[in-house]
Design a protein around this ligand. Structure first.
Ligand code: INI
Length: 158
């Protein structure tokens, strides 16, 4: 006797509706996450014209934009991209904490997967490492997670 095959969705991007929400704050990092996500979308068979990209001021605004997009019912999954770098003040905790909490709340309340592609790091160097082109780009990883969740939910049916 063996267990059933785990139910996993296809990560084929064709026909999927995904929106990327990217913060402008720390754009020198977030634009690389965005490029990584777009490249992963194309790698998985998606057409760039079929990918929605919206920009918000900072990570703190990602949840409300995600909520608005989820409410349209047009998207199979959302990817939130941002970068919060720890400074000498408690601001980091507020921005990073509320961003993570808010995004999960949107996912749980709407049922639309919201992927946490927000870097929360201590130093600029750590951010650069995670936004570099190629393997390890967290934007690309976030996009792949979105495709996995969209594929899984498609396989589960409504
Ligand atoms: N926003 C970020 O995305 N990353 C940060 O590191 C950051 N810091 O450090 O302040 C940040 N602040 C802006 C915040 O997200 C809001 O846009 C702003 O407070 C207006 O609501």
């Amino acid at each position: 006797m063996s267990a059933q095959q785990p139910l996993e969705g296809s990560t084929d991007a064709r026909g999927r509706k995904i929106a990327l929400i990217a913060a402008r704050f720390n754009d020198f990092i977030v634009s690389s996450l965005l490029k990584g996500a777009e490249a992963a979308w194309v790698e998985h068979g998606g057409a760039l014209e079929a990918l929605t990209v919206v920009r918000v001021p900072g990570a703190f605004e990602l949840p409300v934009a995600a909520r608005r997009l989820a409410a349209t019912g047009r998207y199979d999954a959302l990817v939130a991209l941002g970068c919060v770098i720890r400074g000498g003040t408690p601001h980091f905790e507020y921005v990073a904490g509320e961003c993570a909490r808010g995004l999960q709340q949107v996912a749980l309340s709407t049922g639309v997967p919201v992927i946490f592609g927000v870097l929360t790091v201590d130093t600029v160097e750590q951010a650069i490492e995670r936004a570099a082109t190629g393997a390890g780009n967290k934007g690309a990883e976030a996009l792949e997670s979105a495709l996995m969740m969209a594929g899984l939910f498609a396989a589960l049916g409504s």
